[in-house]
Design a protein around this ligand. Structure first.
Ligand code: BG6
Length: 485
C-alpha cells in the first residue's frame, strides 16, 4: 500500500476510552500513520458518552496508550497526537448530541480541506451498537459527500435472532458495501495465508477431500484466564466469545471451495456456502468446561469463580470442545473439531488436517495404532506449518518414526504485522475480503442455536490442564500432532 491509496478521511471512533481503543486501535493507527506518512490524510476523532475529555484529555490518553504499547513518548508521537487527534463528547446520545457530532466533523473537514470521507468505528460494548447506529442514521451521518464506512466489532448479536435484528438495523441506514464486521482473526497474516496455501499450491487441492482427510481439528488455546474481563465474560462465555466467531471463521477458510476470483464477494460467498452446509451442532457433541484454581506455567492461577466480576456460582463456560459436520460433497462424513479454552497449559492456535492411514499396512511389527500424515498450520505463536510423515529409523529391526517438514514465517520474513493494522488498512482501502458479510454472521449463529436452547452441563478443570477429560470422548485431545510444546 502507498499513502496515495488511502483517501483523506476522518476516522471517528466510538468508545474512545475503551480497552480496545487503548490497546489496539491507537497503536495501530499511529504505527501506520507513521509508516505510510498519513498525517495529512487521517484524523482520528474519539467519541465517547462516558465523559468529556476534550481534545487535550484524549491526546493525553493516547500518549499513555502508546507508551503502554511500547511506543514511548517522542517528538513524533507528540506531534501526531497534537495534529491528528480530536475528541467529541456524545453526552446522553440525544439527536442533538449527534447533530453536534455532525457539525464537528464538517468543521474539521472544512479546516483540513478533506473531501468528506468518514470511517465510523464502533469500539463499544455491544449494547451500544444499536443506539450508535440509530443515532448516526437519524443524524444522516450514514451518507456524506465522500464515502462513509461503518466498522462493527464482534459480537454481532448473541443468538440468531439478535444477529438478524442487528443486521436489519444496519441495513436500515447502511448498504452492505459500507459495513465492515470485524473478526480480528481474519487479519492475522497466517490466517490469510490459508487461502494462499490452498489456492496457490496445486498439489494440496486433490488432498482436500473426504477421500483423504480423516478429520480436521481447529484449536485456539489460551493460557491466560479472563483477568479483568470477568463482567464481560459472564455475559458471553467461550462459545460466544471465541467459537461462534473466530473458530467458525477459521473453519470456513479451511473448508471453502475455490472461489472464481480472488475478489471479496467471490471469497465471502464461498465462506457463506460452508456455513450453510454445516449441520447445527448437537448438544451431545459438545463439552463445556470451567477452570478452577490451578497452576499455569508454574504459577498459581485463580479459578474462574474467583475472578473479579464473576458470580461465585457461575456456570459460564471457559472451555468448549465440539464436533461439527459439513454436509457437502467435499466434506460429508469428515468430523471437524473446534476447541477453545482459557486457563490451558499454553497459548497456541493451530489447525490440524489429519489424513487417513494407509489402507493396508505392510510393515512389521504392526503398531497398535497408525500414525497418519498430519498437516498442521500454526497460526500463532511461532507461525508456520508442518507436515508429519513416516520415515524408517536407521538400523534394524525395522522401526518407523514420525518426522516433520517444517516451515516458519519468522525465518523467512521476520516479524508479522498486527491483525488490527491489516484490517484497518483494508477498511481504509475499501477492501471487504477479510470482513464478515451479514449473511455469514447470521449463518454462524444458526449452527450453535441448539446449544443456546439446551445448554450442555459445565464441567470443571484445574487451570493449567487441557480442559475436562470428557473432551477426549469426542476427539483425540490433546492431539499428539499439536505442537504446543
Ligand atoms: C478476543 C476474545 O476476541 O480474542 C478474547 O474476546 C480472546 O477473550 C482474544 O482472548 C484472543 O485473541 P488473540 O489474537 O490474542 O488470539
Amino acid at each position: 500500500m502507498t499513502n496515495h491509496q488511502v483517501a483523506p478521511h476522518l476516522f471517528v471512533a466510538f468508545g474512545a476510552t475503551s480497552d480496545l481503543m487503548r490497546r489496539k486501535l491507537l497503536p495501530a493507527l499511529y504505527h501506520f500513520s507513521e509508516q505510510y506518512g498519513l498525517e495529512r490524510r487521517l484524523l482520528l476523532v474519539g467519541v465517547s458518552r462516558q465523559k468529556d475529555l476534550g481534545d487535550d484529555g484524549f491526546r493525553a490518553l493516547a500518549r499513555e496508550a502508546l507508551a503502554a504499547a511500547g511506543l514511548p513518548q517522542t517528538g513524533h508521537t507528540d506531534a501526531w497526537c497534537d495534529a491528528c487527534l480530536f475528541f467529541q463528547p456524545l453526552g446522553a446520545g440525544t439527536p442533538e448530541d449527534y447533530r453536534a457530532l455532525a457539525a464537528r466533523l464538517k468543521a474539521l473537514e472544512k479546516t483540513h480541506k478533506f473531501p468528506g470521507n468518514r470511517l465510523f468505528y464502533l469500539a463499544t460494548p455491544p449494547d451500544a451498537f444499536g443506539p450508535a447506529i440509530t443515532g448516526l442514521g437519524q443524524a444522516k451521518l450514514h451518507r456524506s459527500p465522500g464515502w462513509t464506512r461503518l466498522v462493527v466489532e464482534k459480537p454481532c448479536g448473541r443468538d440468531p435472532e439478535s444477529a438478524q435484528n442487528l443486521n436489519h438495523l444496519l441495513q436500515r441506514y447502511f448498504d452492505e458495501p459500507q459495513i465492515y464486521r470485524i473478526d480480528h482473526y481474519l487479519g492475522k497474516e497466517t490466517v490469510q495465508n490459508l487461502l494462499i496455501f490452498r489456492f496457490a499450491n496445486d498439489i494440496f487441492e486433490p488432498l482436500w477431500h473426504r477421500n483423504l482427510v480423516q478429520s480436521v481439528q481447529i484449536t485456539v488455546a489460551e493460557s491466560a484466564g479472563v483477568g479483568s474481563r470477568g463482567n464481560y465474560y459472564e455475559q458471553t462465555g467461550a462459545l460466544r466469545d471465541m467459537a461462534q466467531n473466530h473458530l467458525t471463521q477459521l473453519l470456513t477458510l479451511t473448508a471453502m471451495e475455490v472461489p472464481v476470483t480472488f475478489e471479496p464477494e467471490a471469497i465471502r460467498s464461498e465462506k457463506a456456502k460452508v456455513l450453510r452446509a454445516v449441520s447445527p451442532v448437537r448438544p451431545e457433541d459438545v463439552v463445556y468446561g470451567q477452570y478452577t484454581r490451578g497452576s499455569v506455567g508454574g504459577r498459581e492461577a485463580p479459578g474462574y469463580r474467583e475472578e473479579r466480576g464473576v458470580a461465585p456460582d457461575s456456570v459460564t463456560e471457559t472451555f468448549v470442545a465440539l464436533k461439527l459436520g459439513i454436509e457437502n460433497w467435499r466434506w460429508n462424513g469428515v468430523p471437524f473439531y473446534l476447541i477453545t479454552g482459557k486457563g490451558l497449559p499454553a497459548r497456541f492456535t493451530q489447525i490440524a488436517v489429519t489424513f487417513h492411514c494407509p489402507p493396508v499396512w505392510l510393515f512389521q511389527p504392526r503398531p497398535a495404532t497408525c500414525s497418519p500424515n498430519v498437516l498442521v498450520f500454526t497460526l500463532q505463536p511461532d507461525e508456520g506449518f508442518d507436515l508429519h510423515f513416516q520415515v524408517k529409523a536407521p538400523g534394524e529391526p525395522l522401526e518407523l518414526k514420525t518426522q516433520r517438514l517444517r516451515y516458519r514465517y519468522a525465518e523467512a520474513f521476520g516479524t508479522l504485522p498486527d491483525a488490527y493494522e491489516t484490517l484497518l488498512v483494508d477498511v481504509m482501502a475499501g477492501d471487504q475480503t477479510l470482513f464478515v458479510r451479514g449473511d455469514e454472521a447470521e449463518a454462524a449463529w444458526r449452527i450453535y442455536a441448539p446449544l443456546l436452547a439446551e445448554r450442555p452441563p459445565t464441567l470443571s478443570y484445574p487451570a493449567g490442564t487441557f480442559g475436562p477429560q470428557e473432551a477426549a470422548r469426542l476427539m483425540e485431545w490433546p492431539d499428539p500432532a499439536l505442537l504446543y510444546r
